[in-house]
Design a binder for this molecule. Structure first.
Ligand SMILES: Nc1ncnc2c1ncn2[C@@H]1O[C@H](COP(=O)(O)OS(=O)(=O)O)[C@@H](OP(=O)(O)O)[C@H]1O
Ligand SMILES: Nc1ncnc2c1ncn2[C@@H]1O[C@H](COP(=O)(O)OP(=O)(O)O)[C@@H](O)[C@H]1O
Length: 207
């Protein structure tokens, strides 16, 4: 296996113990559950609820949350389009490593640009990238506004805020869509259940 790189004279190092052995140990299949949506749409809530649900079934997961990664790995990045693209690329690479480790990696980032999400999808064997779209109306996200950021964005105090003066491109081909039912948002447990059912049906929760 080889990867493209700007550096020269580097070689891929293989090890006999690989992903199949790790998956067998964990009795699950490594994959990436990529949650995308507006700020306030419930990405982190779903990520936590899903991780708890998997834990209670004896399945190992790990959350990569956009906000949290921006405190460390991605602390040098802002919200300009090229920074968001690099944010998603790095996170995609880390998620790929977690999936290779055999874990169910739950990435929750706005990831507003379709092309960037598709780049992450292309890093993995196709079925191993599960895109979950939090299809919540902007009006709901704005009404929630738990961090007061929409208010600041509306007041012009934050520039380039997703959904206000920066674009969000909804997925065209996501595996799972979470949306309101008759005007009601499903509970975190119900949202997590929708994803767990998908993982179960596709055989990710056994090896
Ligand atoms: N300009 C602007 N646009 C959108 N979001 C902003 C912005 N500035 C700060 N924040 C806060 O940063 C969180 C989003 O980080 P992400 O890494 O997920 O964003 S991105 O995927 O790179 O677009 C996001 O967290 P969530 O609300 O959890 O989505 C916001 O709290
Ligand atoms: N399914 C839900 N039902 C009710 N409230 C929710 C639900 N999902 C999220 N929330 C609330 O909405 C707000 C934003 O959720 P959060 O998970 O932080 O969104 P995001 O990570 O997309 O910014 C939080 O106050 C959270 O408690």
């Amino acid at each position: 296996m080889s990867t493209l790189s700007n550096a020269t004279n580097i070689f891929w190092q293989d090890c006999q113990l690989g992903k199949p052995e790790r998956q067998k140990l964990l009795n699950q299949k490594g994959c990436v559950v990529w949650i995308t949506g507006l700020s306030g749409s419930g990405k982190s809530t779903l990520a936590c609820s899903l991780s708890s649900e998997l834990h209670s079934r004896g399945k190992l997961s790990y959350i990569l949350d956009g906000d949290n990664l921006r405190h460390g790995l991605n602390k040098d990045l802002g919200f300009k389009p090229e920074d968001r693209t690099e944010n998603i690329r790095r996170t995609g690479e880390v998620a790929k490593l977690f999936a290779d480790a055999g874990l169910i990696c739950v990435a929750s980032l706005i990831s507003p640009y379709r092309r960037d999400r598709d780049t992450c999808r292309a890093m993995l064997p196709d079925a191993n990238f599960i895109e979950v779209y939090m299809n919540m109306p902007l009006s709901l996200c704005e009404a929630r506004d738990p961090k007061g950021l929409y208010k600041l964005a509306r007041a012009g105090k934050i520039k380039g805020f997703t959904g206000i003066d920066d674009p969000y491109e909804p997925p065209l081909n996501c595996e799972i869509e979470i949306k309101e039912d008759d005007g009601d948002c499903p509970t975190p447990k119900v949202m997590a259940g929708q994803v767990v059912t998908y993982l179960e049906e596709k055989g990710f929760l056994e090896c």
